[in-house]
Design a protein around this ligand. Structure first.
Ligand SMILES: [Zn+2]
Length: 478
């Protein structure tokens, strides 16, 4: 069902109040990755908790224990589990967001104070750290509660919220909490679908829904030989050199055109259907956009769908660096004693770290054996995570498409993203329900960068979008 006009009118009429609340939230520098800012992450949790309570939610602030950061043992920020309504005749939607932010200092190159929301009337931008990632979307949900409370409107669904304060720092403690809250009588019982608003449109024009994320397997290959660094004038062409071995191995992993050379890895990719292929042809995002964000005309192909699929639905192998190599200026004639090459593979269904790792390890061992080197090889997987893919024909997506069409008068692009948001997979697997990524901000928001912003229109229309989605999802046939 469409959202009631008085809800939409209320959002327009109260835009200034909503922006004021965003300014209050941005003013709390809730940087999770720096121990000296941790008190502000707790402060942000308390702020949200009191806002949620004022708006009628039952809220539980769940402590997650301690962590060691920057050499000190400190408390992890709590997760807020909040709930409004438990009418068995209504669907229950779980909304996830995070209230921590990336670090930001004016010295990083910000034009304005990062923790003071600046409203630029000329461009319509709301500028400040966290405006788009992810305080704007989190407050979008609060705006909806505010409107319904003031208007005396019942919410169309039962709502549950899971807001965390460690997303920018690996979501420490969150998976354990989610697993502990699944089951009869537990917080996540009865959730019919999940909505996460914590990503962005591909561009600045077209709303999108995201139904897939790539996973990752990150490797470190170490070659060691001499007991210490050697001089090439004394030992060149005299001993096996670790760096030479490592470069030989790293050159066998991927072609300059992106094809992964590890046997079997590409064979694990789920086949492309014509329905999915058609989505890439239609996307309002092309080679020019990719090259614009890369800052150079260096796309791997002239075929738009091929370039987009390279990022969204095929695996990629990237070489990241060599630890222990001479990398300073000048011409040092060292033979490094031990070097470690770092590379990762972005995974897509049906790849997992569990089925890809053995292929990578066996291949590197066999390539190393061909070198006839007397140096030593070791390989480790530093971290890994599985890819995630949802069914975009599920009612949760159908409702979000209808809502986008109602608010923006545009059919949203259906996209997959090249990066990872691990909690998505945790919700999908532990709750066994459909998960939707419904972004509020635009592709140029600069989420982890300087001068992060959220356009005023995305905050206000985005609030209407999230609210309209709840109405559309309420009576769609499950
Ligand atoms: Zn985020």
């Amino acid at each position: 069902m469409p959202a009631p006009p008085k809800f939409l009118d209320y959002v327009d009429a109260n835009a200034d109040k909503f922006i004021k609340r965003l300014a209050e939230a941005v003013a709390i520098p809730s940087v999770s990755g720096d121990a000296s800012y941790r008190k502000h992450v707790h402060e942000m949790a308390s702020y949200l908790e009191s806002q949620l309570k004022t708006l009628g939610a039952e809220v539980r602030s769940v402590p997650l224990g301690k962590q060691v950061l920057d050499g000190q043992e400190i408390d992890l920020p709590p997760v807020l589990l909040a709930q409004l309504g438990n009418d068995p005749k209504k669907k229950t939607i779980l909304c996830y967001g995070h209230f921590d932010v990336q670090p930001a200092l004016i010295g990083d190159g910000w034009d304005t104070e990062p923790f003071k929301l600046v409203i630029d009337d000329k461009t319509g931008r709301l500028i400040g750290r966290g405006s788009s990632d992810d305080k704007g979307p989190v407050l979008g949900w609060l705006n909806i509660l505010d409107a319904h409370k003031d208007l005396g409107l019942p919410l169309p669904v039962n709502l549950k919220f899971c807001f965390e304060g460690m997303e920018e720092s690996g979501s420490e403690g969150l998976d354990e909490l989610i697993h502990a809250e699944v089951g009869k009588g537990k917080f996540f019982e009865g959730v019919d679908a999940v909505c996460i608003s914590d990503n962005y449109w591909l561009n600045t024009r077209t709303p999108c829904l995201t139904y897939g994320l790539r996973g990752i397997s990150y490797y470190k290959v170490t070659i060691s030989g001499p007991a210490r660094d050697l001089h090439s004038g004394v030992f060149g062409r005299t001993v096996h050199e670790p760096m030479t071995d490592l470069i030989a191995i790293m050159s066998k992993l991927v072609t300059p055109c992106g094809k992964i050379l590890v046997p079997g890895v590409e064979d694990l990719v789920a086949p492309l259907t014509s329905e999915e292929k058609a989505r890439y042809d239609k996307l309002d995002y092309g080679i020019a956009d990719v090259e614009h964000s890369a800052g150079a005309q260096i796309a791997l192909s002239d075929d738009k769908a091929a370039v987009l699929m390279g990022r969204m639905r095929y695996p990629s192998l990237s070489l990241h660096g060599i630890e222990g190599a001479f990398s300073a200026a000048g011409a040092k004639t060292v033979i490094p004693a031990k070097v470690s090459g770092k590379f990762s593979i972005r995974l897509v269904p049906d790849q997992t770290p569990a089925n890809v790792d053995p292929l990578v390890i066996a291949y590197i061992q066999s390539e190393f054996a061909k070198l006839n080197s007397k140096n030593k090889l070791s390989i480790e997987n530093i971290h890994g995570g599985k890819p995630w893919l949802a069914d975009p024909n599920h009612w949760n997506y159908v409702a979000a498409i209808k809502a986008t069409e109602a608010v923006y008068k545009q059919t949203p692009d259906l996209t997959r993203e090249g990066g990872s948001i691990p909690v998505t997979l945790t919700f999908a697997e532990s709750l066994g329900v459909n998960v939707l990524l419904l972004p509020m901000g635009r592709g140029d928001d600069g989420a982890h960068s300087t001068n992060e912003k959220l356009d005023r229109s995305n905050f206000i229309e985005g609030t209407k979008l999230l609210g309209t989605y709840l109405y559309e999802v309420a009576d769609i046939k499950a």
